[in-house]
Design a protein around this ligand. Structure first.
Ligand code: F6P
Length: 739
């Protein structure tokens, strides 16, 4: 029925329109036909009468012809246009034709209130009669009624045609669809891949449809498989519950280089700072939920003053729920382990940003020593023999092995927060075997994406003697098996920093006032550490390109770039900071005018609440990383937009682009395309913005950081249970052997 309507409605509308448009034409045509007839008729009548006029009184003549059906009246006019005589029925307001008949005759049309009339006048100068002209008045009303009939007939004909056309179209469509549906069914039946009957090989649209359905089913299957273990709404509460039920009595220890809270001495007063770190953003809510101990480098200027005699401090400061154990590092240790090996060696090794890694033996020694120091701290903090240790990031590649040596029953989950390079890249590292074996002492080794897991497995395959089970994604070295899995990291939902945020209009107003921006300026934001992997300069160039291509944005758009100074003592970081500042200066010089600047670069740390206000004030957020494990800024921007508005421009080289598919995905190396994407973001309709943001928010809400941790903990719980079963079996076998 719906399909019939779909055909019928437009067809009726079109044909109705044609009928309506044709109606004046039909009326005109008919009027001309009938007037011609009437005029001919008048001529014939006059010809037959004119000779009789001499012998007959005009009154007699009038009474003779007035029986004619159409002839309304006859009149006789003087040459000067006075009506001398007329028959009965002569319409009252009608006078003689305004001018005498031209060439002996004149045809005219008059429209009175009663309807249209035709006047045919013929000059008459018969002997015995005064000269003048004889006027025949014909009633033309019948033309109107005949036109109406013709219109009705036309409309009826078109309606009939329309019904017939719809019937034929519906029939043909139904038959075709029946064929298509059968083809799709045949294609899907009992096959993993689309198999189509021969005659449909010529219909590629069917093949692609079948392919799509197969893909959807496969993806659906995968998702279902993944979701089988996570039929939970992931919150801090569900995570606590999971720990209680799946990992009862388990002690949790987190290890990272960066601490979640720094105590800084600011003008003699202690101030708490939360670092600009994706790792901390993700791990902090998890540790709050799980309790336990977090071991990290104490890097705040007042850190030492705020710990107890065990180097412990309870955090979060507002409602303490776990212990922060601080580790003190000397300058030598910090330079070798953190700045040297971790950030000049491993960081550029793992990020494709075309900064050459530097490997120094002295840095390596410090790296080994500091990993050992942290291992000692883990052992000292552990109250049980089998704690759950969550080792974070590239600062601690050796730590799992060092912990395992002393706590063989510990469950060690190591998460590598940055990309893992391909084997060619990785092969340049002088300590590649040590790093791989160090990591493979973990029970579980997690990366953000499957791609990085594959790179890792290939590196292991190339450089170590071991068994790789690709189906289960495990590596076995000696008697130890490590599970290698992707766990895309996320943020807490809803984020703590969102609580207490003012409404969007107020955020917009505050931020525009604070940065001296006009109230109606379109605002893009970028927020990150000042790091060469983040593509900050490329982003500035994209803005420049957009202003060149779309000068309508000059004076109407600004990019606010927040860049927290980071690792500034390293030359590569100093270079990128200088380059970004210089690029911004040149662009501002070129385009800036009347107090307006296209790029505002603010190189200082912002607390999460401030960042969220910026996100809420912005029209778009640009994340243009040249390479990034995940990039939580992208997810935070989405989380901040509880108004479902704002556009995310996101680098395809950030792990987040695998999940936030509704962002405008860009290649940060393609400056023009990135500029065009920013323009697209600015002109996107509110409906499109809403639709995209809504889908991204659903994604981040569901796959939040509790989901991330929950999946790892579930895998760990399963592993621990299996180990328990295995050790019980071994003990029983031992008992049987030695009764
Ligand atoms: O991107 C990986 C990561 O460990 C982040 O989690 C963190 O933001 C950053 O690197 C480390 O920064 P920093 O050296 O300042 O601790």
């Amino acid at each position: 029925m719906r399909m019939t309507l779909r055909f019928a409605l437009p067809l009726f509308l079109i044909l109705g329109g044609i009928t309506w448009a044709a109606s004046p034409l039909t009326a005109n045509l008919m009027t001309r036909w009938f007037r011609g007839d009437i005029e001919l008729r008048s001529q014939l009548l006059f010809d037959s009468l004119k000779d009789a006029v001499a012998d007959t009184q005009i009154e007699t003549l009038f009474s003779r012809v007035r029986n004619d059906q159409r002839l309304l009246a006859l009149g006789f006019c003087s040459p000067s246009g006075n009506l001398l005589q007329h028959s009965a029925g002569w319409p009252k307001p009608l006078g003689c034709p305004a001018r005498p008949p031209d060439g002996g005759r004149l045809f005219a049309m008059e429209r009175l209130k009663s309807g249209p009339l035709s006047m045919s006048a013929f000059a008459l100068s018969a002997p015995g009669t005064d000269p003048g002209y004889l006027v025949f008045v014909h009633d033309l009303r019948f033309i109107d009624s005949r036109s109406r009939w013709a219109d009705a007939y036309l409309a009826g004909l078109f309606a009939l045609l329309a019904i017939m056309a719809v019937a034929v179209a519906v029939l043909v469509t139904r038959l075709t669809m029946r064929g298509w549906i059968k083809a799709v069914r045949d294609g899907l039946a009992n096959s993993a891949e689309p198999v189509l009957p021969d005659h449909l090989a010529e219909a590629p649209e069917i093949a692609s449809l079948v392919g799509d359905v197969h893909r959807m089913l496969r993806n659906g299957g995968n998702l279902r498989a993944a979701n089988d273990i996570i039929r939970v709404d992931w919150t801090a509460e569900s995570l606590k519950h999971l720990l209680k039920t799946e990992l009862p009595e388990t002690e949790v220890i987190v290890v990272s280089n960066r601490e979640p809270y720094l105590h800084n001495d600011v003008d003699g007063r202690i101030q708490i700072q939360r670092p600009a770190s994706g790792l901390v953003t993700a791990l902090e809510p998890i540790t709050r939920a799980c309790g336990g101990t977090w071991i990290a480098h104490g890097s705040g200027s007042a850190d030492a003053r705020t710990v107890d005699e065990h180097d412990h401090v309870l955090v979060p400061p507002e409602s303490p729920s776990y212990v922060l154990r601080r580790i003190w590092l000397s300058d030598e240790e910090l330079n070798g382990y953190y700045f040297g090996l971790a950030n000049e060696g491993i960081w550029p090794l793992c990020h494709i940003a075309f900064v050459r890694p530097t490997f120094r033996a002295s840095d390596w020694h410090q790296y080994v020593a500091v990993n050992r120091k942290f291992a000692e701290a883990v052992i000292a903090e552990a109250k049980t023999t089998n704690p759950l240790v969550l080792v974070q990031d590239y600062h601690f590649a050796l730590l799992p092995r060092m912990i395992r040596e002393r706590l063989p029953d510990a469950t060690i989950i190591t998460f590598w927060h940055i990309p893992w390079p391909n084997p060619e890249m990785f092969s340049i590292c002088p300590w590649r075997e040590e790093i791989l074996t160090g990591l493979l002492s973990s029970s579980i080794l997690g990366f953000h994406t499957q791609f990085h897991c594959i790179n890792f497995l290939e590196a292991v395959d190339r450089f170590l003697e071991c068994h790789i089970d690709r189906e289960h994604s495990t590596v076995t070295t000696g008697s130890r098996t490590t599970l290698i899995r992707p766990y895309p990291i996320s943020i807490e939902w809803p984020p703590t920093a969102l609580a207490g945020q003012p409404g969007i209009p107020e955020c917009r107003r505050t931020v525009r006032e604070r940065f001296n921006l006009a109230a109606d300026i379109m605002l893009a934001v970028g927020v990150e550490r000042f790091d060469y992997t983040k593509g900050i300069t490329d982003r500035f160039r994209a803005v420049e390109s957009m202003l060149e291509t779309h000068p309508e944005w000059i004076g109407r758009f600004s990019l606010l770039q927040i860049a927290a100074p980071s690792r500034s003592q390293l030359p590569a970081y100093r270079d990128v900071q200088t380059e970004a500042q210089e690029t911004a200066r040149l662009i501002n010089e070129r385009f800036g005018r009347d107090g307006w600047t296209p790029i505002l670069l603010v190189a200082r740390h912002h607390e999460p609440e401030e960042v969220f206000t910026l996100f809420r004030a912005a029209d778009l957020c640009v994340v243009s990383s040249l390479h990034d494990g995940m990039n939580l800024v992208a997810k935070e921007f989405v989380a901040a937009r509880d108004d479902d508005d704002g556009v995310l421009v996101l680098s395809t080289f950030a792990g987040a682009s695998r999940e936030l598919l509704e962002a405008l995905i860009v290649n940060p190396y393609d400056i023009q395309a990135m500029g065009e994407a920013i323009h697209q973001a600015l002109v996107m309709t509110p409906e499109q913005r809403k639709e995209r943001m809504h889908l991204m928010r659903d994604m981040v809400a569901e796959y939040n950081v509790h989901f991330w941790a929950g999946r790892m903990l579930l895998d760990a719980a399963r592993m621990r249970k299996r180990q328990n079963i295995e050790s019980t079996t071994t003990t029983m076998a031992g008992l049987n052997e030695h009764p």
